[in-house]
Design a binder for this molecule. Structure first.
Ligand code: KIV
Length: 266
């Protein structure tokens, strides 16, 4: 199988160009140097050190136990191995409750962790934090839709934005966060038509997970792609190792399928 190899480091500018050229952005999570190197060599555009590490690495039931120290440690592991991919680190639960705390923690993820962007679970409520981080030169990905850090309020991992009121709220949040300086949006578990609308109205790349085919890029959790997630795997995930000879080929096939619009299936 041919491995998609970018001939340049992926930067935020390049990700924006990909959006404007309609070139799909392939993203996957990683938490350590070995897997980060495999993703990087497979031509992954973006590697996310997700706070999903609380579940897939630490064996917890949710992401809320993950600390900023955990995120810095895993970001260091990944960023040391990612030579071409763009690296995003999650801001964990309760690490961005006010502007000073958000600035200090985002700075650590960039300076100590080596990330090029931070991701935070956002709504209209986080607009001033996004504005301040952005004004200070920190690239932001705003994670909308299903926000796993709200699990104890939500009571389960269900699709968001299904009724008109909540869909409009998501559309307004996306607009406000972009206006505040967000450089990327991530939409988790929202209806395909809503994801399409938000993607069309945004000038910044919109990455989807369980959000249909129309987003500018796709992301999955590494362990779901390799079929090694314990417990329930989300319906939208796909085990690419099932039909591959080895891990490298499975990851390369994921990149290829995202780029060729073969994943996700309609
Ligand atoms: O933490 C994570 O891995 C994520 C992805 C599910 C997008 O936020």
């Amino acid at each position: 199988m041919s491995i998609h190899k970018p001939n340049q480091n992926i930067t935020l500018t390049r990700l924006h160009e990909m959006k404007s050229h309609g070139e799909k952005i392939a993203c996957l999570t990683a938490y350590d140097a070995s897997f980060a190197a495999i993703l990087d060599q497979a031509g992954m555009d973006v590697i996310l050190i997700g706070d999903s590490l609380g579940m897939v690495v630490q064996g917890e039931d949710s992401t809320v136990s993950v600390t900023i120290e955990d995120m810095i440690y895993h970001s260091q592991c990944v960023s040391s191995a990612a030579k071409q991919s763009f690296v995003i680190a999650d801001m964990p639960f309760m690490s961005y409750t006010n502007i000073d705390q958000a600035l200090a923690n985002a700075t650590d993820l960039i300076q100590l962790g080596g990330a090029q962007m931070v991701k935070l679970e956002a709504s209209i409520r986080q607009v001033s934090i996004v504005q301040e981080l952005s004004d200070c030169g920190i690239p932001i990905c705003a994670h909308l839709g299903l926000r796993p850090q709200y699990i104890h309020k939500l009571g389960g991992y269900a699709m968001q934005g299904k009724d008109e009121a909540s869909a409009n709220e998501l559309i307004e949040s996306a607009k406000s966060l972009q206006a505040a300086g967000a450089d990327m949006l991530l939409l988790e578990c929202v209806p395909e038509a809503l994801a399409q609308k938000i993607t069309q109205q945004s000038d910044i790349p919109v990455i989807g997970i369980g959000a249909g085919t129309h987003c500018d890029g796709q992301i999955l959790v590494l362990h779901d792609v390799l079929g090694i997630t314990q417990g329930t795997t989300p319906k939208f995930a796909k085990n690419f190792l099932a039909d591959a000879v080895d891990i490298q080929s499975a990851i390369a096939k994921y990149v290829q399928d995202v780029k060729a619009l073969a994943f996700p299936a309609a």
